[in-house]
Design a protein around this ligand. Structure first.
Ligand code: ADP
Length: 540
């Protein structure tokens, strides 16, 4: 017997319609230089309609890719809806990719239109001669820049010329809505194509208490860029429930972020740990009123326990740790404690919150050993995390490397984890970052977390260095807090590490550096560090 309910397609169009009807006046705020520009869901929806009309006039057809090269802004949000809802595919480009990778990605996706923030135009103009498929450039402002390139349009002029009342087409829920490329630390970036259905279901999961817990009452500030896994899907989740959104624009210094949280009374924000480490250092010196902030969602890299503790104990601010991947839209696990876990002693609660957490509803997880057997959920045995669910990739876009990433219909994450009996996942390391010392695997993440718990340390990255006997040994690269640069000693750090690790796990050497190099999305770039320290002589 079949159920007798409607086969209602999960597309993004009703999501936008709903926000326009129910929350027309809710604000969308964008920081532009020192100023704040204010828009609303009514305006975003109306302008998205005009934008779709304008893009159709430029020749954008269903399935065509429309790329963006832009910071977080209200115009970017308009593109987030106009492009998928007209049946085309939104392709946000990672602003910090090297030129050759950007060229690869644009040509591989066969982007037809490229929409660019005015301030980023010079970078795009340089790429232009290498782009094989782009027919139009749209500059996201009032004017076109001086350029010898043809087919360059001003966004506002296109919108002004376009008729209102665009009729959104009916779409199948499995139609491609957007694509993002992984940052490709080895080889070319790989394309991930999201469908309307996957984005919709992911947005519904994000707003749940189990995940980001966002409602109409929230003021949400995505610090994660809109090119990084669609700002973790948060613009769609916020629109779904009508939350006010605050886009920080191009400037993401701790000073800018603290100012914006204070001024707009932000309640929830999300971003990678390095940002919050910076903000924490600022809060040690200056006072801000961040009392509106109910939750800071931290993911993309491990949130050190010391950071979670410091925010809570010194500033009364809550960090919620989450794990995900571009291939998973990105939400996989969130470290929200259950009612019984909340009653445990403080130290146990912090230990749990420093883990990456339980899988969110609809995401299934398992951890597999090297023989392809599932490992027990005992909180100790290492395995590679595999996942499946409605917003998990089933294949990369037009890429013959795809098969290696799947096993029996599960996606292989490349992350080594333990899963405890309560289902809490702990990321031990990325497979490629583990330090393989003799027969032992040493977690670089654990060492980093403890080092970053030292009161004089700002950042720490641990990498593997080749060793004649052990194969690899850990090297710690440490950035002291500014007040301790030059005075912090290796011995102080070893004293801090010794009681917490077996001797074998201690780094063979510690070097002091000015800053940990960051990847295009603000994570520690350990590949670069490994290259820099490839020939580092470990003390005997
Ligand atoms: P990139 O490859 O650009 O870093 P992703 O955001 O897709 O792009 O990276 C996903 C990876 O980031 C995961 O496979 C995992 O290794 C790491 N990661 C994400 N969140 C966390 C977290 N909370 N703790 C530790 N590692 C994380």
């Amino acid at each position: 017997m079949q159920g007798l309910m409607m086969d209602y397609p999960l597309t993004l169009t009703p999501l936008l319609d709903r926000a326009q009807r129910l929350y027309p006046h809710k604000e969308i705020v964008t920081k532009v230089g020192p100023n704040l520009e204010r828009s609303s869901y009514a305006e975003v929806a109306a302008r998205a309609g005009r934008l779709a009309e304008a893009l159709a006039r430029l020749g954008v057809l269903p399935g065509d890719r429309v790329a963006t090269f832009a910071f977080n802004s209200n115009r970017h949000l308009e593109l987030y809806f106009a492009v998928p809802c007209m049946g085309a595919v939104l392709h946000p480009l990672n602003l910090r990719l090297p030129a050759e990778q950007l060229i690869y990605v644009i040509n591989h996706a066969e982007d037809k239109v490229l929409c660019v923030d005015p301030g980023l135009w010079p970078a795009v103009e340089k790429l232009a001669p290498h782009l094989k498929t782009v027919q139009h450039f749209v500059v996201l402002g009032d004017h076109t820049p001086e350029t010898s390139l043809g087919s360059v349009h001003a966004y506002e002029a296109l919108l002004a010329e376009a008729a209102a009342g665009f009729t959104w087409p009916a779409l199948d829920e499995n139609t491609a809505a957007a694509m993002c490329y992984t940052s490709g630390t080895t080889g070319h970036p790989k394309g991930v194509v999201y469908s309307h259905r996957s984005i919709y279901l992911h947005a519904m999961a994000l707003v749940m208490h189990e995940a980001m817990n966002i409602s109409e009452r929230d003021v949400f500030m995505p610090v994660v860029p809109m090119f990084h896994v669609l700002a973790w899907g948060t613009p769609y989740a916020c629109t779904l429930v009508g939350a006010k959104q605050v886009f920080p624009g191009a400037h993401l210094t701790p000073l800018d972020l603290a100012g914006l949280i204070q001024a707009e009374r932000v309640t929830v924000t999300a971003g990678v740990p390095s940002l919050w480490l910076g903000l924490l250092a600022l809060l040690e010196k200056e006072r801000y009123d961040l009392s509106s902030l109910r939750d800071m969602i931290v993911g993309g890299a491990a949130a050190p326990r010391a950071m979670i503790e410091a925010y809570e104990q010194k500033h009364g601010l809550n960090i919620t740790h989450a794990w995900g991947m571009t291939e998973m839209s990105p939400l996989g696990t969130v470290s929200r404690l259950t009612s019984s876990q909340l009653e445990r002693p403080e130290a146990e609660r912090f230990a749990l919150r420093a883990k990456q957490g339980k899988s969110v509803p609809l995401v299934e997880i398992r951890a597999m050993d090297e023989m392809g057997r599932e490992v027990p959920w005992d909180g100790q045995t290492y395995g590679e995390l595999q996942v499946r669910g409605p917003w998990v990739i089933r294949s990369y876009y037009s890429d013959d490397r795809s098969p290696a990433s799947f096993q029996e219909g599960w996606f292989r994450t490349g992350d080594v984890v333990t899963i405890d009996p309560e289902g809490f996942v702990q990321i031990v390391d990325r497979t490629k970052d583990l330090v393989k010392s003799g027969g032992e695997w040493i977690s670089s993440v654990e060492l980093e977390n403890v080092l970053m718990g030292h009161p004089k340390v700002l950042e720490a990255a641990v990498i593997a260095v080749a060793h004649p006997i052990w194969q690899e040994r850990p090297l710690a690269c440490v950035v002291p807090k500014p007040d301790y640069a030059g005075s912090l000693t290796k011995e102080e750090l070893y004293e801090h590490l010794r009681p917490r690790f077996p001797k074998l796990y201690l780094p063979d050497d510690i070097v002091f550096i000015e800053a940990v190099p960051k990847t295009s999305v603000g994570k520690f770039n350990k590949r670069l560090l490994r290259e820099q320290y490839r020939d580092h002589q470990l003390p005997a």
